[in-house]
Write a protein that binds this ligand. Structure first.
Ligand code: GLN
Length: 263
């Protein structure tokens, strides 16, 4: 749907088709004022998803607010890859760890599409975890995703569980580039975008930390930004713990997902 279709279907509580079929419809006063205030906010650069308070990802509904990054279409590629690897590892180990869950869209989609999985999802932000918890409830997977407030792995007990998969879409924008991004992005939490000077600082920490949490032959799946493939491959190589097994491109032919195996 276009943004205007999203706005009007949301305001009128109707399906896309009926916007065009029911042409004589009059807006109620409250619908009219909702739409005009939403348009003002949108014109000032606020993303529509924050204005409406929700978005779609993997065909599921997710609540969003300014405490969480808005789920991106490209991140569905990351989830699809994780589904493929999780299926092959499920006979051995059903545990998946997500680092930096934000709205919870990755962990919750995985739980929804693979009912056998047990997922642990962390975030440093309590406000983000509240959103993620709401989304798990909304999508009926509250009993299979456990959320933990943690700065990456810091508050997870290393010896308690090993996971078959560690998945993450970490902040990966170079600090110096954030202010130059489109105005919509500047409404999103800086801490979910800012990957440090070279954009790679979270990959360093996650690659180092995750090998203590993965089973032998466990899989690390990470979303990466434009031109980051070589940098991230270098960090994986230097760790001596991982071997890159797959690179997946997005619809713009940009390397978007990197998959590595521990061991
Ligand atoms: N893909 C996001 C962007 O385009 C960045 C998300 C991230 O840093 N993980 O801005």
């Amino acid at each position: 749907m276009t943004e205007s279709e999203l706005l009007f279907t949301h305001a009128l509580g109707c399906k896309r088709e009926s916007l065009y079929l029911d042409k004589g419809r009059r807006l109620t006063l409250s619908q009219g004022s909702f739409i005009s205030s939403a348009l003002k906010r949108r014109l000032s650069g606020e993303p529509l998803q924050y204005i409406l308070g929700s978005t779609e990802f993997m065909g599921l509904e997710f609540k969003v607010n300014t405490h969480v990054l808005i789920p991106r279409f490209e991140t569905e590629i990351l989830v699809d890859a994780a589904i493929k690897y999780a299926r092959s590892l499920m006979p051995f180990n059903r545990r998946v760890l997500e680092i930096g869950t934000g709205s919870g869209c990755i962990a919750i989609s995985l739980a929804k599409f693979l009912p056998g999985l047990k997922i642990t999802a962390t975030d440093i932000s309590i406000e983000a975890l509240r959103v993620a918890l709401d989304n798990a409830r909304l999508n009926g997977v509250l009993n299979r995703v456990s959320f933990a407030a943690s700065d990456l792995f810091d508050s997870l007990a290393a010896d308690l569980f090993r996971y078959s998969i560690c998945i993450t879409n970490p902040p990966y924008v170079r600090s110096g580039e954030i202010d130059g991004l489109q105005p919509e992005v500047r409404h999103e939490p800086r801490e979910s975008l800012d990957g440090g000077m070279d954009g790679l600082s979270f990959y360093r920490r996650i690659i180092k930390g995750s090998s203590d949490y993965l089973i032998n032959e466990g899989i690390l799946i990470m979303e990466i930004g434009f031109n980051q493939r070589e940098g991230v491959e270098g960090i994986l190589r230097d760790s001596n713990s991982f071997k890159v097994i797959e690179i997946i491109k997005d619809f713009n032919n940009i390397d978007r997902v990197i998959v590595a195996r521990r061991g």
